[in-house]
Design a protein around this ligand. Structure first.
Ligand code: FES
Length: 180
């Protein structure tokens, strides 16, 4: 047995140790990303124009947190009346709206509008400071906050939900683009 081969055999036990260390390093980075590394939505979103789609009349959302699902091209989306102006949203006569894609940014499952904050807290492990509805993905329990411009707040999804560009005309709200 030559010298090099003997040295390798003497240190074979380092291999599983290196594997375990690499696994825990990966786990640490992944946990950090999930817990603390979720990026905020861009305050100046860029949109790709699409075919103009009428979503609803403004009067169809008389209360804050009223929401209407719609389809924008191939993207399932939702219009939500929110409490405060949102980057990428629209304000009409003092009422604030945001349009969000419902495709989860983890693995593209369909997000549902979770109206009951207690369900959001229990199932999705997210309780906003002032209890309000969220968008939740039941595949792996990511939660996105419309009052944070669609930011991912819990679960494995890191990126925020893409926003739908909105426009008002007369008494109606239209979708005219999708965030790129
Ligand atoms: S696909 Fe939505 S959390 Fe995994």
């Amino acid at each position: 047995m030559n010298q090099t081969r003997r040295k390798i055999l003497e240190h074979w036990w380092l291999l599983p140790l290196a594997g375990v260390a690499a696994f825990f390093a990966w786990l640490g980075v992944r946990s950090w990303s999930i817990l603390l590394g979720k990026p905020a939505p861009n305050p100046l979103p860029r949109f790709k124009a699409g075919a103009r789609v009428r979503i609803a009349a403004i009067s169809d959302l008389p209360k804050v947190w009223d929401a209407i699902p719609f389809q924008f091209g191939t993207t399932p989306a939702i219009l939500v009346r929110v409490q405060a102006p949102q980057a990428g949203g629209i304000t009409i006569a003092g009422q604030h709206f945001i349009g969000l894609s419902r495709k989860c940014t983890h693995l593209q499952c369909l997000c549902e509008y979770i109206k009951n904050p207690e369900i959001a807290a229990m199932a999705y492990k997210y309780r906003p400071e002032f209890a309000h509805p969220v968008l939740g993905c039941a595949c792996h329990f990511s939660a996105f906050d419309p009052e944070e411009a669609g930011k991912s707040m819990s679960g494995p999804a890191l990126e925020p939900l893409p926003r739908v560009q909105l426009a008002a005309s007369g008494r109606n709200i239209f979708a005219i683009g999708l965030e790129t």
